[in-house]
Design a protein around this ligand. Sequence first.
Ligand SMILES: [Zn+2]
Length: 411
Amino acid sequence: MLIINIAKIWGIIDNKQPKTPKQYTPIFQSTPPENCYLLIENGTIKKWGSMKNLTLNNKTKTIDAQHSELMPGFCDSHTHAVFTGSRENELLQKLEGLDYFEIKKRGGGILATAQKMASMKEKDLLDESYHKILNLIKLGTTALEIKSGYGLNKNTELKSLRVINQLKKILPIPIKSTFLALHAKPNLFKTTQEYYNYVVSETLPVVLKQKLADYLDLFCEKKFFKPAYITKLAEIARNNGLKLRVHTNQFNSIGGIKAAINAKAFSIDHLEQLNDKEKHALIKDYSGFCTLLPGVSFYLDLPYAPAKYLIENGLNVNIASDFNPGSCPSGNMGFMFVLACLKYKLTPLQALETTTFNGAKALEIHQTHGSITIGKKANFCLLKPNHTLNKIPYYFSTPFIDKVFINGTLF
Ligand SMILES: [Zn+2]
């Protein structure tokens, strides 16, 4: 397939840039080629070039981009997209003045979703999740990580993980599966230690045996799980050839950063609450990924993570949606792009890098996805005619994705 009359191709990797450690170096060409064609063969990018140099072959299926701009598809490296139900009642409670912890005390929060998940048939959960993700693809998401963690008991956690693994097979985009082993303690257990023992002796062995997860994860937070559990899960991950992702510093700074750095966590996610000591520790001692989730800050009215500071100090920052029913009921990566610019103060080019290529790196699929590179999968989006990359944050509420291509096919 041939795409003609592309106004600009964003997302081409600029190998000419010298790599400077611990400093931001642009990944993508900041002056993209203009008035181009792009040729796709067998689902991968074959070549691109100037329209002036194009000789048309009548047999090639051609799509006219009508002078719109092209960008790589979003790679969302942190979601909880397999869940059921909605929690708008909690939003109402919040608007009446209750906080996250008070809502949890009144039976809301993670436990409320877990209850609905337990009674749901596996095929219905698969069907609901499948349609949710189709909608995300229409919004430009072309790769995804999905966590379990709304099950909280063995059967429901395994059901969620099986659904994620089914989605890997039936959806055309790459999906990574994460066992969110410690999300919230069900009331059935008196202590977090008791619940941890249950997860490790009951659920985890099956997850490992059936190879249901690519990563392990936990929620380190006051009244949830202490940093010591990062160390414990990291050891299990290491012993079983898995990598660890960590939710930490969303509401409080309780030592999660230090524990995650020491545990060599693959990705540290959230970071809305970072003190100076933690920022310096990340810069000095951490070479994994900082996964930032601006939709959570927006929806819960939390501080925004210091994205620009982390990027300018050379950390591997990627931006994801955290799509989930409680703290970010949106998986729209276009909106995360807007927040990256308006709230994190990133340039549109930085917002593009952190939502596409860096996301692909955090999903370990950057050899095949995340940029416009010859030989990579042809997963990209055409912007609406007259919209441009720089107009995305300016017209902040205007939909800008016109067409999405997955493996070279118009979705
Ligand atoms: Zn999350």
